[in-house]
Write a protein that binds this ligand. Structure first.
Ligand SMILES: C[S@@+](CC[C@H](N)C(=O)[O-])C[C@H]1O[C@@H](n2cnc3c(N)ncnc32)[C@H](O)[C@@H]1O
Length: 349
């Protein structure tokens, strides 16, 4: 039953998963091709070249990342590899960049900025979430229905709304999701005198975290459809937004009854972040959320993730399951292709 609930949320997006994946793939692929075309890549690769030739010609320093980019193009048939040399498989022209359904204009800008930053990344200069205008684009993007459906699928799969206690939203971004979560519990009358419910958002990016703290009443009234004055009246139960990374959560062991994270793990060191989230979870507690585990994340999308500092990229379910079990999980479940997961930590005996 619970898996069906998670699926229903994803199906509400109204597109086949395969169709959507294809649109996303071409959007990222073509944006990257256009950016590297401007850099002169495909002219240079009209002759067979080694990765070292490419590094020397363009002044790149990160051979490991370059090899990943070359391999993604090779696996996709854009480049051909013969021995240790790569060359263009066809004369590469500017590609159409069509926005996938459910992506907004802001998401398009984030992707175009990401594509434009590949040459820098290949020279060892990483991006961050709120670089320049990206902050406002992320603020818009995190309000997309896509994120809401992912969140709802995780809640339906995990039955988190039947639980109460301290709740941590790791990598909460601009707090749109945290405000919605606050609304789910508020609707279930979880807040009031003697309430056991406390919601925390953890976010390393200062720009996004400030928006989360300042805009909570705005997002909550929009998402929860409650009057601002009612929301202000519940101030003592509002979420608290805290600075920190998933790999180093500034709370004691076993502090939270629930730890939730959605579309964050691939931006982190996956193993450290997963084990750290289990560390702050109480015995018997619930760790749940969503993540684009391998193979649900397209290899082009993963490359765009790796432009950011600290991002480890895609995680395999098997590794995730091993990490949570090493950190005390007694049960681990997955649902839907863009995966909802739920983990229960062993109870104190
Ligand atoms: C795609 S957004 C998802 C935001 C939010 N969870 C949601 O679903 O609306 C990814 C978030 O992960 C945060 N993030 C990136 N690296 C992180 C890390 N090492 N620890 C915690 N959060 C991180 C980013 O700053 C960003 O807010």
């Amino acid at each position: 039953m619970t898996k069906i609930g998670a699926w229903i949320e994803m199906l509400k997006l109204g597109a086949s998963v395969r169709g959507l994946k294809k649109e996303v793939r071409f959007f990222y692929r073509n944006s990257l091709i256009n950016s590297l075309l401007k850099e002169g890549w495909f002219d240079f690769l009209s002759q067979p070249r080694t990765a070292q030739d490419v590094c020397d010609h363009f002044g790149y320093t990160d051979m490991q990342f370059l090899t990943r980019v070359l391999d993604v193009f090779t696996n996709d048939g854009v480049l051909i590899r013969e021995d240790d040399r790569y060359r263009s498989a066809f004369p590469v022209e500017p590609q159409p960049v069509k926005l996938p359904r459910f992506f907004g204009a802001a998401m398009k800008q984030i992707t175009l900025d990401g594509a434009a930053s590949f040459p820098d990344r290949l020279k060892g200069r990483y991006g961050t979430f709120s670089d320049g205008m990206n902050l406002f684009n992320w603020d818009d993007t995190l309000g997309l229905e896509l994120y809401e459906r992912l969140r709802m699928s995780a809640f339906r799969f995990s039955h988190a709304l039947n639980r109460r206690g301290r709740f941590l939203d790791v990598g909460c971004g601009n707090g749109t999701g945290t405000a919605a979560i606050w609304g789910y519990y508020n609707r279930r009358k979880a807040f009031g005198p003697g309430s056991k419910m406390e919601i925390y958002g953890l976010e390393p990016d200062e720009g996004l975290r400030s928006i989360a703290a300042e805009e909570f009443p705005v997002y909550a009234s929009r998402l929860v459809k409650l009057d601002r004055s009612v929301i202000e009246g519940l101030k003592e139960y509002h979420p608290r937004f805290v600075a920190g990374y998933a790999e180093n959560i500034p709370f004691d062991d076993e502090y939270f009854d629930m730890v939730y994270t959605s579309q964050v793990l691939h931006w982190c060191n996956g193993e450290q972040a997963t084990k750290e989230m289990m560390r702050v979870l109480k015995p018997g507690g619930l760790f749940f959320g969503t993540e684009s585990f391998h193979p649900s994340m397209d290899p082009y999308v993963e490359l765009f993730t790796l432009v950011n500092e600290g991002a480890g990229g895609v995680i395999r379910k098997e590794d995730f399951e091993r990490w949570v079990r090493e950190a005390g999980a007694v049960s681990v479940g997955f649902a839907t292709p863009t995966v909802a997961f739920k983990v229960i930590k062993k109870s104190a005996s």
